[in-house]
Design a protein around this ligand. Structure first.
Ligand code: AMP
Ligand code: GLY
Length: 421
């Protein structure tokens, strides 16, 4: 098979790496890909937002399967366009992807279906939203409806802060059309976990759970980022919890989408918070998570392409998905200054002392003329290790991360720390 993977993050490098292990695969293309995918796939220099060119390219390559990594092309209808062109594609349609691209859509579905989530309401004018705030206690959460590159959620600790967030979204339109509507909701407390599931529109099969770390510094200090590390599995989220979330969240969501005539195919990512009242949904994403994927895929034993084809062909009930019991820890190395200003173009060096079974999944890294890999973004790469225990995996990743270097590099030292202490 010829497989085309859309995206350029460490998530897509991990996808390409896993897909390359399939007996079915003859050739992989990454669009646009990065320095990591370049070693296993052929990179194609087209932007993920150029939907027309992507569809034309997939047709020209006669791709047997297209795998869509990031949310923006899903929300722009890439899957619908591929299907119209008769090209098999892994990912939800534009309508189904609304579970991620519109928080109002997701909340309406959860309310209608009785899926546990924070109480709250949707607003499109500042005056109504501000009036509603008068009767709420702080902290309170203000969310932009649409895609905002991970910046659309404000946890306001004072009413002033909440009003400022509302004004910046609804009036100043800092997120453009994504902020035409906002949600104000109660602030929940508890541990967070991501549970991703494969769905073919009828059947849903959960993956192993994972946790990610959003803040840039240890002990969850500093600004939010695209994710600084992840590990799988979290000890506090066992089989019984997975079953509970499958029954109370994932299955009802898949059923509601099918009933609405917009069956959900691909990966459904459920972001959960474990409150005193039980697990509640914080968000849905319509794709693999980043950096969760980098810690989840090394644990997958089943051929990923077999699973993806089962999803595309509506035969997920026919396949058994198996996981390795060994835990996995992934630590992101970022450019100094990220998520603020940072410089790029620094050579990345990897000492030959690094263990052979360590995975390095590249993100903001590109191949310079002459074959040298240099930094090219905020989050540069994820180093992952599996071990017989979480402690083992964690020791291994931190022992080996010392062998990866670039000027100004930064990483968190506490990924999975609470799991092993
Ligand atoms: P979202 O993009 O909706 O997942 O929100 C990003 C992050 O904001 C989540 O991972 C949580 O840490 C936090 N968050 C979102 N909604 C809530 C809520 N209702 N209560 C507390 N924290 C929240
Ligand atoms: N790890 C969060 C996300 O992928 O959106």
């Amino acid at each position: 098979m010829k497989i085309l993977v859309i995206g350029n993050g460490a998530r897509e490098h991990a996808l390409v790496w896993k897909i390359a292990q399939s007996q079915r695969v003859k050739k992989i293309f990454a669009l646009p890909g990065n320095a990591g995918t370049a070693g296993i796939a052929e990179n194609i220099n087209i932007s993920v937002s150029d939907i027309n060119s992507i569809v034309n390219k997939a047709a020209q390559l006669k791709a047997d399967l297209v795998v869509v990594g990031p949310e923006a092309p899903l929300a722009a209808g890439l899957v619908d366009r591929m299907e119209a062109a008769g090209i098999p594609v892994f990912g939800p349609s534009q309508k189904a992807a609304q579970l991620e691209s519109s928080k109002v859509f997701a909340r309406d579905l959860m309310n209608k279906t009785g899926i546990p989530c924070a109480s709250g309401q949707c607003f499109s004018t500042c005056s109504e939203a501000t009036r509603y705030l008068e009767n709420r206690t702080v902290p309170v959460v203000v969310k932009a409806d649409g895609l905002a590159a991970g910046k659309g959620v404000i946890i306001a600790t004072t009413t002033d802060e909440a009003v400022n967030a509302l004004n910046s979204m609804l009036q100043d339109r800092i997120f453009g059309a994504a902020g035409e509507r906002v949600i104000i909701e109660e602030c929940l407390v508890g541990k967070e976990v991501s549970l991703l599931a494969f769905s073919d529109g009828k059947t849903a099969v959960p993956m192993v759970p994972a946790c990610d770390y959003k803040r840039v510094f240890d002990n969850d200090k500093g600004p939010n980022t695209g994710g600084m590390g992840s590990y799988s599995p979290p000890g506090f989220f066992g089989e019984e919890m997975i079953r509970q979330v499958l029954e109370s969240v994932i299955k009802p969501t898949i059923a509601a989408m099918a009933e609405a005539g917009t069956p959900y195919k691909g990966v459904l990512y459920t972001g959960l918070i474990l409150t005193a009242k039980g697990p509640m949904v914080l968000e849905f994403n319509a794709r693999f998570g980043d950096p969760e994927t980098q810690a989840i895929l090394p644990r997958l034993k089943t051929d990923l392409v077999d699973i993806m084809l089962a999803v595309v062909n509506g035969k997920l009930d026919k396949i058994k998905i198996e996981w390795n019991s060994n835990p996995c820890v992934g630590v992101v190395m970022s450019s100094g200054g990220y998520p603020g200003e940072y410089r790029t173009g620094f050579p990345i060096t990897i000492s030959d002392k690094i263990d052979k079974d360590i995975n390095i999944f590249y993100a903001g890294a590109k191949m310079r003329n002459g074959g040298r890999i240099v930094t090219d973004g905020g989050r540069v790469l994820t180093v992952t290790a599996t071990g017989s225990t979480m402690e083992d995996a964690r020791d291994k990743v931190y022992r080996n991360i010392q062998h990866v270097n670039f000027e100004g590099c930064h990483h968190r030292k506490d990924i999975a720390a609470r799991e092993v202490s």
